[in-house]
Design a protein around this ligand. Structure first.
Ligand SMILES: Nc1ncnc2c1ncn2[C@@H]1O[C@H](COP(=O)(O)OP(=O)(O)O)[C@@H](O)[C@H]1O
Ligand SMILES: [Mg+2]
Length: 395
């Protein structure tokens, strides 16, 4: 906790006021609209002071979840507790939460300072001035307190909205796609800024987004949501390195997924042998969601390397192919290759630019090799393309 937050006093008129975050607990929460389940038996715990992201495609139930936490929507079943207190029946304005939306909803006729003051609950005049100044300092806009919203950039307006939401020190701050209206570069800057502010104030942030990169860069914990349910929850690295469903494997980054059948459990080594079009691939059993039957074997594109000519794989590597390089896209930092393997489809391979450009030409015949340690296996009943980004859906 910094001196900025430590200096804030608790106003006597405010019933719930904290200067640290509180844990949020959602237990068995369902929200039905008619016979449609927008949120389907959601259970999750967000520890106090953490930066938590709810990530999922449009329509998966993120906003509905936030609205139930805020008290703007009543769950059909289940309970919501903040700081250990059941708030399921508590009115919105009596909950220790505040929300920042994608639309900043600033009052155009008020100055920046007045907009922030509007967020304050009743308190004395000098207290208002002090806390508005503190709020604006936090978002580094103290010098613009006299301006009107129209005189600010989009990013600055969103920071004012953030200051306004923070002046009452909610225990939990809800952010519903707050950066959605900003252009890419500004969005990246604001992600770092939001992360800094969260660290500084130590409140619990629940950040809703459909942007996987945004969730990964900002959050301590990411919950991946699909059709009203949490598919998987963990740190960004856990989700990326060990996805447990095809949806997570494809929605969070890219994955190469190929169908196979477990042929053997090599108990002494903790490995599963999987038959993929007559080839034997090895997967650590702990990295497979099942130890028999049909699976989807997966590996991330940057874990693959291409073997050219008579180049041999290392021990401990899985090998597929040969295949043909059908596309080479040089992006500067890396080259992205597409390799077509007969009977299996197209593999993506990302190669870091270590040698000054792309090294394998289109049309080349290559084999694909990767460490078995990076291999994962999913339920064979998952659709291999579930969660792949449909370009038409990109906002
Ligand atoms: N008031 C409502 N009445 C009926 N359906 C709703 C209502 N609010 C949301 N929905 C539906 O619930 C689903 C989830 O919506 P929402 O929570 O807004 O998704 P997200 O924020 O993830 O895009 C959507 O299919 C949406 O159409
Ligand atoms: Mg939404």
């Amino acid at each position: 906790m910094t001196s900025t937050t430590g200096a804030i006093e608790v106003a006597a008129t405010v019933d719930v006021e904290t200067d640290t975050g509180a844990a949020l607990q959602i237990t068995g929460v369902t929200k039905a609209f008619g016979d449609f389940l927008a949120v389907d038996h959601l259970t999750l715990t967000v520890p106090s002071g953490s930066f938590f992201a709810l990530l999922g495609p449009s329509g998966c139930g993120k906003t509905t979840t936030l609205r139930m936490v805020a008290g703007l929507e009543q769950p059909t079943t289940g309970t919501i507790a903040i700081g250990g207190r059941d708030v399921t029946g508590t009115r919105a304005h009596q909950r220790p939460v505040n929300t920042v939306f994608q639309s900043y909803a600033l009052f155009p006729h008020l100055t920046v300072g007045e907009n922030v003051a509007f967020g304050l609950r009743r308190t004395g005049k000098s207290e208002i001035a002090r806390r508005v100044a503190e709020g604006l300092d936090l978002v580094e806009l103290g010098h613009l307190a006299g301006r009107k919203p129209v005189q600010l950039s989009g990013g600055q307006q969103q920071r004012v909205a953030l200051a306004r939401a923070l002046v009452n020190r909610p225990s939990v701050l809800l952010l519903d796609e707050p950066l959605g209206a900003l252009d890419l570069k500004l969005r990246r800057q604001m992600q770092l800024e939001l992360k800094r502010i969260q660290t500084e104030v130590g409140l619990t942030f629940i950040h809703v987004t459909h942007d996987q990169e945004e969730a990964m860069t900002m959050a301590d914990t990411v919950a991946v949501m699909n059709h009203g349910r949490i598919e998987q929850m963990g740190t960004p690295a856990e989700l990326y390195e060990l996805p447990r469903t095809a949806f997570v494997a494809n929605f969070l980054g890219q994955s190469n997924l190929v169908p196979g059948t477990v042929s053997e459990r090599v108990t002494s080594t903790g490995l599963l042998a999987v038959d993929v079009v007559g080839r034997r691939l090895l997967v650590p059993e702990a990295r497979s969601v099942r130890s028999s039957g049909d699976v989807l074997v997966g590996v991330r594109p940057e874990k693959l390397r291409m073997l050219v000519g008579d180049q041999e794989p290392s021990s401990g590597e899985n090998v597929l192919g040969p295949g043909t390089v059908t596309d080479v896209s040089f992006t500067g930092v890396s080259t992205q290759y597409q390799v077509e393997v007969a009977g299996l489809g197209t593999f993506g391979v990302f190669a870091q630019n270590l040698l000054g450009g792309s090294t394998v030409a289109p049309g080349s015949r290559v084999r694909l090799a990767w460490s078995m340690d990076f291999t994962f296996a999913l339920d064979g009943a998952d659709a291999p393309d579930e969660g792949t980004v449909d370009l038409d859906d990109e906002p």
